[in-house]
Each structure stands twice: as C-alpha cells, then as structure tokens.
Design a protein around this ligand. Structure first.
Ligand code: SAH
Ligand code: SF4
Length: 434
C-alpha cells in the first residue's frame, strides 16, 4: 500500500509543478513514505535521514516531509529526535501535501498533520491526473484500516478504523488504469475481504467489485490482497469458480498454526476453521493455490506450537509466503508479554523458511514440461527476453521476438529455480479474451 500511496503523493506533487527526481542531490523537497509494521523500518528512517544529511548539495536544505505510518505513530517524537524533518503527514491525510508544502515554504514552521480524513483523501485522489506511465500490473486501493485489533499489530492505530472507498470511485480508477494500458489490477487494502460499501439501497462487497471490474474488456487479470480469514463470504468463494479474470491464487494470512497462539494473537479464528476455509476454496476451484504470512516467536510460542505451524504449511502446501520474527510494537496489547529469545526465533524462522522454500521448489518443478499462461509485464535487460507472471504469480522468463508487454502468452516451462520459472513461448493467447 505504501507503493500505491507513494505514487499518489508523486501525482499530487506534480499537480503543483514539482517534478519527480531520480536522484536525491539538489532536490527541493524529499518525502519519505514510511512503514511502522515492524521495528526495523523505524530505525531505517533515522539512518536514511543521516545519509541524506551527508549528501553534498549546492542548494539550501530541501523541505523534508516524513509521511506514512511512522509519521502517524511517532510524529512529535520525530520532531524531538531530529531537527531535519519539517513536515509530518500521516497516511490518511497526505492529500493535503501540496497545501502543507506551500504553507511551509511561506512560513517555515514545522507542522504535523495526522488526522483521519479518508473521504476527503479519496475525493482528492479521484480528481488527480496520473503523472507517470502505468505498469502492466497496478495496485488499486479499495479499503483501508482495520477493526480486528490483532494483539501484535499497529495497523488499527496507524491506518485507523476500517473504511471502504466508494464503489463508483474504484470503478472510475480501474477505467483510468485500463485507459493507461494496465492489464492486471491488484485490489489493495489491509483487509480487502471486509470491503462493504452501501449506496442508498444497494450494498457492494468484494465479489461485486471484482465482477464489475472484470467487465472492463482490456483488464485481463484481477487479484486482491490482503484478506483476513474471517471475512470470506460465499459470494467471494464462488467468484473463484465462475469469474475467469480472478486469478486462482489467494493470499490468506494465518500467522500461526497453533490454536493457543492464534488466541493470544486475538486472531478470532482457529486452525480448523482456516483449513475448512481452504477446503471450501478448493471445492469452488480445484486449481487455486495459497500463500500466507507467518509470525515466528510470538510470546508464548513453544516448540510444540511451532510444530503446529510447520504442520499447517505441509497441509496447505503454500506456494509462496512471507515470514517474520515477531516485533514488539509500542501501544499494542502483546507488547508487555514475555519475549522469546532471539536465538530461538532465528532458528525457528530458518527452519520455517527452509520448509516453505522446499515446498515452493517442489511446486515449481511440477510445472516443468507443462504449458502455463503468462501475462508479460516487461522486457528484461537481456535481448529478446521478457518477464511476466503466471496465474499463481510465479516470476517467469522467456525469449521471443514478437511479443509485447501486456500480451497474454502460453509458455512451456523448461526449468526453474527456487523463485523463478524459465520457459519457451508456445503461443499468444490474448484472442481468448477478444
Ligand atoms: N491484514 C492482514 C495483515 C496485514 S499486516 C492479516 O490480517 O493477515 C502484514 C503482515 O505483517 C501480517 O500478516 C503479519 O504477518 C506481519 N506483522 C504485522 N505485525 C507484526 C509484528 N508486530 N511483528 C511481526 N510481523 C508483523
Ligand atoms: Fe493487523 Fe491484519 Fe490483524 Fe488488522 S487483521 S490487526 S491489519 S494483522
């Protein structure tokens, strides 16, 4: 979501005649868009500010804006810790950037803007021109914030309560993206499956949104991320059965395979519920594959609990996942619980990542010799080589002299490594969508 927000910030700045720079030296304004989800990101901000201070510049100090969730959570403390930051702007009020920068240029007064102004934010973004060429696959924010309050997570505090963007504003943005050459839309939110927008007597959920976007002819693929297992309704499960533009790959974070730890995490679902849900998706579409997020070393996690996590990985056969050592976040309920030693966490993380890697490789090897559909995203630096993704998100490389980014092609997979697939062009398949 920070990538999406950063692009929007760039659009906003260009609407008031700033030009996006490829280098840091001699710019007039620097905006850091920050993440607060784990501690490492926070420390990186201070070290990156240190690096910027050391740059040789011929101009006066740039206006420095700290944006994003660290700005939201630690605004005043940042002003105390460094005098380099001029403006603080949280993730739900960055639409005010042009005005804040103008005010700062005139008055030179530090200012912190951390209100939750989601309606105003999306109204402003709706009227913005895209200031850059779109990629083949683009994000589109449909929902923000979270009401779940998992005991480890800062999102409900930094992004605020669950908010669903209006249906028509999302469809308008999807159309603008398709006019700009986009072929795949990834619907974004902290909890997209909770999307709910009521307009008079009409009510829209995620499945309805997907089906409406699918009506846009030149959009070939739709994905969404991230979901919480508790918000999956039957309509969404069935969308995987009949909506051919919805890719059969679902990122469905479970965090832990142990019911005891899930309870400590306040996840409000069990491993049995999760496995049952996976079975329902598989029943709707036997092709579907899953990925997840895992938190390792959550306070109270024993070796037995950890084994439950390994067990669920084996059961679901996740094709790709993210895993993190638990990071204590100030202000969250879990912060006061007794911590597990870093050595134990590192050891468990390694074992878990090895297992995920083995499964990933085994799954990729199964594709060798088979044909798989790829959406081409770009040319690589190698002559005649293209990069694209499979329906399941596998990064895939192949050679061709008559393809273009945006084409759908059938590739016969010839080899793979732990992350990538390599193949040979079989045929273009775009006509399937004509
Ligand atoms: N809404 C999604 C998660 C969004 S946050 C869900 O409910 O699953 C993205 C991921 O960051 C989480 O899935 C979690 O694995 C990780 N994460 C969040 N807080 C964390 C923390 N305190 N320590 C380590 N990982 C964390
Ligand atoms: Fe954080 Fe996701 Fe839990 Fe919300 S549901 S609190 S975003 S982990």
């Amino acid at each position: 979501m920070n990538e999406y927000d950063s692009d929007k910030m760039s659009d906003l700045m260009q609407s008031v005649n700033f030009i996006r720079s490829e280098t840091l030296a001699d710019v007039d304004c620097i905006i850091f868009n920050t993440c607060h989800i784990r501690e490492k990101a926070t420390e990186k901000v201070y070290s990156d500010i240190g690096k910027i201070k050391k740059l040789n510049r011929s101009k006066k100090k740039p206006i420095f804006v700290l944006a994003g969730c660290i700005a939201q959570a630690q605004g005043e403390e940042i002003f105390r810790r460094t005098n380099y930051v001029d403006l603080i702007v949280g993730p739900q009020s960055y639409h005010r950037l042009p005005e804040l920068i103008k005010n700062f240029s005139e008055r030179r007064e530090n200012y912190s803007e951390t209100n939750f102004e989601l309606i105003e934010k999306f109204d402003t973004l709706d009227n913005l021109k895209f200031s850059r060429k779109s990629k083949i696959s683009e994000f589109l924010t449909i929902q923000e914030g979270c009401d779940k309050f998992c005991s480890f997570c800062v999102v409900p505090y930094t992004r605020g309560a669950e908010f669903s963007r209006s249906f028509s504003s999302i469809i308008n943005e999807a159309k603008k993206l398709s006019d700009n050459g986009v072929k795949e839309i990834v619907l974004l939110g902290q909890n997209v499956s909770a999307y709910k927008f009521v307009d008079g007597n009409k009510s829209y959920n995620l499945a309805k949104l997907i089906n409406e976007i699918a009506k846009i002819n030149s959009i070939h693929r739709i994905r969404f991320t991230t979901s919480h297992p508790n918000d999956m309704d039957q309509e969404l499960i069935e969308a995987f059965k009949y909506q051919k533009k919805l890719m059969p790959q679902l990122h469905l974070p479970i965090q832990s395979g142990s019911n005891k730890i899930l309870k400590f995490m306040n996840r409000k679902h069990t491993r049995e519920y999760y496995l049952d849900l996976i079975a329902k998706f598989k029943e709707a579409n036997s092709e579907i594959e899953f990925s997840s997020d895992f938190i390792i070393g959550f306070p109270g996690e024993t070796e037995e609990d950890f084994q439950c996590t390994l067990d669920i990985i084996n059961k679901v056969n996740f094709i790709n996942s993210y895993s993190f050592i638990y990071s204590q976040r100030p202000g969250t309920p879990a912060v006061d619980r007794d911590q597990i030693s870093l050595d134990i966490c590192k050891d468990r993380l390694l074992r878990l990542q090895n297992l995920l890697g083995d499964i990933q490789l085994k799954n990729s090897k199964r594709l060798i010799g088979k044909k798989t559909q790829i959406l081409i995203e770009n040319k690589t630096k190698n002559p005649d080589q293209f990069f694209g993704r499979s329906k399941f998100m596998h990064p895939t490389f192949f050679n061709s002299q008559n393809c273009n980014p945006g084409d759908l092609v059938d590739i016969e997979i010839s080899s793979c490594n732990s992350k990538n697939l390599f193949g040979v062009l079989h045929k273009k398949t775009e006509e399937a969508f004509a």
